[in-house]
Design a protein around this ligand. Structure first.
Ligand code: PRP
Ligand code: MG
Length: 212
């Protein structure tokens, strides 16, 4: 039987907990986090370590069959991709924030403003519900520094503990969405891999129940 190919985040906040849930499912993986690929010794599964933002396209193309990914990334880049299960970890919000000193009253205050973000689609959709457009600056990391260096008036990014906002003298003013890690499935998954997925989901659901 062919293996099922799973993408997990190469580095960052989901990586450790993603490996942990596989481990708790009794799936042993030999690696080498430096390697971009690893196999399980006791389950028909191969792990591909990929960049978060690339994972939706890999799923879409069927290069991987499944992935552990943040819902926030799917909402931004993969609304067409199905979720098989919510995994209960890496909970966060995707929020808009402004400098602490700014007297924010409503979303109207963001009209025409410069907003730095890695989530342009999410921001655009959120603002458009209020009939607002803004000047979006897309940056891929360290977004919270943008207002301090004069690059933006506001930012939109993930908020977890809130410490990055706090350290950068920002305050959260709009929560656009809540997110957690999910198991996402390629629209191109084949029958054999679907059968392995069914077994994997059975184990994952047992682990999630035991964690409650
Ligand atoms: C993430 C995210 C926020 C921060 C939120 O950044 O982009 O900046 O974590 O977490 P907190 O509310 O607990 O502070 P990360 O540190 O992963 O780095 P990056 O932005 O450079 O990708
Ligand atoms: Mg960050």
């Amino acid at each position: 039987m062919d293996n099922i190919k799973i993408a997990i985040q190469k580095s960052g906040r989901l990586n450790e907990d993603s490996l942990k849930i596989l481990k708790d499912c009794g799936i042993g993986i030999d690696n080498g986090r430096d390697q971009l690929k690893a196999s399980s010794r006791n389950f028909p599964l191969e792990v591909f370590y990929l960049r978060n933002g690339d994972i939706p396209q890999y799923l879409r193309d069927g290069v991987v069959d499944i992935a552990i990914i943040g819902e926030n990334v799917l909402i931004e880049k993969g609304e067409d991709i199905q979720v098989a299960e919510k995994l209960g970890f890496s909970k966060c919000r995707v929020s808009l924030a402004v400098p602490k000193a700014y007297e924010y009253n409503s979303i109207e205050d963001l009209r025409g403003k410069r907003i730095a973000t890695s989530y342009p689609n999410t921001v655009k959709n959120y603002l458009s519900k209020s009939g607002i457009t803004a000047d979006l600056h897309i940056i891929n990391g360290s977004v919270e520094i943008a207002p301090n260096i004069g690059l933006a008036d506001a930012i939109c990014d993930i908020v977890s503990s809130g410490s990055t906002l706090f350290k950068n003298n920002l305050k959260e003013v709009e929560v656009m969405l809540s997110s957690e890690a999910v198991l996402a499935v390629s629209p191109k998954i084949q029958q054999q891999q679907q059968e392995i997925l069914t077994k994997l989901l059975f184990r994952i659901r047992s682990v999630l129940t035991a964690r409650q």
